[in-house]
Design a protein. Structure first.
Length: 198
């Protein structure tokens, strides 16, 4: 008896069809994201609109405070990753100190003086990934507000106070880190100047 006689030969074609449809949908999704890439302002305005809809949903329904709190903590983590450099100077100092303690002569591949060479600020989390992750998280949070399972009864003022305390402490630590290692994660209003002024 051949494999086509026992009916197993026909099972692979629906799987292939589903796989090809999934690939097609994935390709269309990626093409849509690629079209949105250069439109930074519109992307963030869309995310702000989604976030506003989410907050209105929370305020009007008077529920899902845990979902809102979890969403806010996740956005705070994304913001911190966006503000931090990809290569943390404090970790590099620690590694350099460890190598010196071991007695080896260390030749640093990075310039030791600030004026030696221009080093651009490279973020740990690029703007595109920050936008995409925050938008996806907002959409997931909106879908969570459609289910009563996630509407856990909590005393929401404690969550709000705890979030603001956490935000303040975390941002203070981040700003102190920026001041200590002399980096600014934003280039708004700064223009690179080459040569002398005329």
């Amino acid at each position: 008896m051949s494999s086509s006689d026992n009916g197993l030969g026909g099972d692979s074609s629906p799987l292939n069809s589903i796989s090809s449809q999934y690939t097609k949908i994935q390709r269309q999704y990626q093409q849509t994201l690629d079209r949105w890439t250069p439109h930074i302002l519109y992307r963030w305005l869309g995310t702000a609109g989604l976030l506003s809809i989410f907050m209105l949903r929370i305020l009007i329904a008077q529920g899902w405070y845990i979902v809102c709190y979890a969403h806010a903590i996740y956005l705070l983590n994304l913001l911190l990753a966006f503000l931090q450099p990809k290569f943390d100077p404090s970790l590099q100092e620690d590694l350099l100190a460890d190598e010196i303690e071991e007695g080896g002569d260390v030749v640093s591949p990075l310039p030791s003086q600030r004026d030696d060479e221009f080093r651009p600020f490279v973020r740990r989390l690029p703007e595109w990934q920050f936008w995409l992750s925050s938008t996806r998280a907002t959409v997931v949070a909106l879908f969570c507000t459609l289910s009563e399972v996630f509407d856990v009864p909590v005393y929401w003022p404690i969550l709000v106070i705890y979030f603001f305390v956490l935000f303040t402490l975390t941002m203070r630590r981040q700003i102190q880190h920026m001041i200590k290692y002399k980096y600014v994660p934003f280039d708004i209003g700064r223009k690179a100047r080459y040569g002398g002024s005329k």
